[in-house]
Structure formats: structure tokens, C-alpha cells
Design a binder for this molecule. Structure first.
Ligand SMILES: O=C(O)[C@H](O)[C@@H](O)[C@H](O)[C@H](O)COP(=O)(O)O
Length: 256
């Protein structure tokens, strides 16, 4: 099997420039996905990510009815709680665009007392998208959008945690997250690393110390550095100049 493609790093002068380029990138990914399978399968995480997607609001060509959106990680709190990644995405983006609510896949909080069951149920919800579920070993998202914390975590995959070596489950749970809230579910590497494309978004000075550890010395094995989609999948990093300040990794001029 061919080795993974190296990550492609795009750097922008400002978060607004980044956001505009990301919107064009997403639109292209959407077009390709719809041509290929008639829908666009996307996974989102929380943090500042949904805000970077606001350039999609009102943008020509976005086929919201074709989007099927999942959460790469979610906190076990009510869906209208301020800590919920769903609430964040809803307030920031979905409430402002014509995406059918059936196309937004949330966790089932009726199962919150048994996280294994809740994670299994979310995995089943995922399987509904993949016609070839019996033969496919892994789901293939068209686009996974991730952030990273100052410790190099991504989704709810934290440095040194046992979940980093999960190879079977698609959705796993964690009850001891070092970042509150402690109870979460998360996609595992088998899902993240079988996507057609994964894009990290990192902006601001607060990211400048961790990005070299992820991109320049990936052998350190930080959680974000372990996201390396298998061939022919492609990994992208969208960063702004303050976040990229200490990176040696080569930048690629942005083009679609
Ligand atoms: O649940 C979480 O902790 C978030 O989903 C997390 O994975 C986030 O994406 C990063 O911490 C980056 O956060 P910022 O984009 O806010 O820096």
C-alpha cells in the first residue's frame, strides 16, 4: 500500500482570509462528493472551528440538503448546554443556513448513563450512511474538520490516552478527559484516517508552540500528528500567520 501523502499546509494573513479560502475548499469537496455519491458526508469538531465556517452562510453553490453532518467529538451534556459542540454548531452555523435538521446527526442523550451504549448508537447512526457497510471495514467521510488544543489533542483524543491505540471501534467514549467536561465521545483514528480529506484549522498565537511539535516533529506522536489519512486521502492544515510563526514545515500557496 502506498504511504500517506504528506500534509499540505496553507497559511493565511488573517482568520477572515482563512475562512474565505476554507469555504471555497469545502465547496469543491462538496461538488466532488455529490458527483460521486450524491451526498456530502462531513464531520465537525468544536472549539473555534464552527466560527471559521461562517463564510459558508449565504454562499452560492452550497447544497445544504446534500450535507450529512456528524460530530468528530461531542461532550456528554444536553444538546442545548453551552458546552455542547452541537449547540455551538447550531448557533454559529446551522441556524443560519437551510440545512434540514434530519441531516444533522447528534448523539442520543437518552443513553447518557451508559456511554458504551451511547457510543455504539452513534456508530450505528454512522453506519446508516455507508451502503457498503457489510464489506467496508471503515467509513469514508468526504471531509473531516478538526482543531487542535495547545496540548496537541484533537477531537477528544488526548496525549497519552489509551484511546490513541483504539483500532476497532469507530466511535469511542472517554470519561476522564483532561479538558472538561470529562465525559465525551469521539471518532477514533480508524475513522479519521479513512476520510477522503481531513482539514485542521488553527488560528492565533496560542497555537504557535504546538504546531511545530505536530508538523515538524510528528514522530513525537501527539494526537493531532497521528491524523494521517491513508492513501489516497489527503491531510490539510489551514493556519493563520500568528499560529504558523514558529513552523519550519513548508507552506503551499493556496489553490483549489
Ligand atoms: O471538545 C473539544 O475539546 C474540542 O472539540 C477540541 O477538540 C477543539 O477542536 C480544540 O481544542 C481546538 O479548540 P480551538 O479551536 O478553540 O482552539
Amino acid at each position: 500500500m502506498s504511504p500517506p501523502h504528506p500534509p499540505i499546509l496553507f497559511s493565511f494573513a488573517s482568520p477572515d482570509d482563512l475562512s474565505a479560502a476554507l469555504a471555497d475548499f469545502i465547496l469543491k469537496a462538496q461538488r466532488e462528493a455529490i458527483e460521486k455519491r450524491g451526498k456530502f458526508l462531513v464531520a465537525l469538531s468544536g472549539g473555534s472551528l464552527p466560527k471559521t465556517l461562517t463564510a459558508l452562510i449565504g454562499k452560492q453553490g452550497v447544497k445544504w440538503d446534500k450535507w450529512q453532518v456528524y460530530y468528530a467529538d461531542e461532550r456528554i451534556v444536553p444538546l442545548d448546554h453551552p458546552d455542547s459542540n452541537h449547540k455551538l454548531a447550531l448557533d454559529t452555523l446551522y441556524s443560519k443556513v437551510p440545512i434540514p435538521s434530519d441531516n444533522i446527526h447528534t448523539i442520543d442523550l437518552a443513553l447518557e448513563n451508559d456511554l458504551e451504549e451511547l457510543a455504539d448508537a452513534y456508530e450505528k447512526e454512522l453506519i446508516t450512511q455507508f451502503a457498503q457497510k457489510d464489506s467496508a471495514r471503515f467509513p469514508v467521510f468526504d471531509l473531516v474538520l478538526l482543531g487542535t488544543g495547545p496540548d496537541g489533542h484533537t477531537a477528544s483524543l488526548f496525549p497519552g490516552h489509551a484511546l490513541l491505540s483504539e483500532e476497532d471501534r469507530w466511535v469511542a467514549y472517554i470519561e476522564d478527559s483532561p479538558k472538561p467536561p470529562p465525559r465525551r465521545v469521539t471518532f477514533t483514528y480508524p475513522v479519521l484516517n479513512h476520510a477522503v480529506r481531513v482539514a485542521f484549522v488553527a488560528t492565533g498565537e496560542g497555537k504557535k508552540d504546538i504546531l511545530p511539535a505536530i508538523l515538524d516533529t510528528p514522530e513525537q506522536g501527539l494526537p493531532a500528528a497521528r491524523v494521517r489519512p491513508v492513501h489516497p486521502g489527503q491531510l490539510y492544515w489551514f493556519v493563520d500567520e500568528p499560529a504558523a510563526a514558529q513552523l519550519a514545515y513548508p507552506k503551499t500557496p493556496f489553490k483549489l
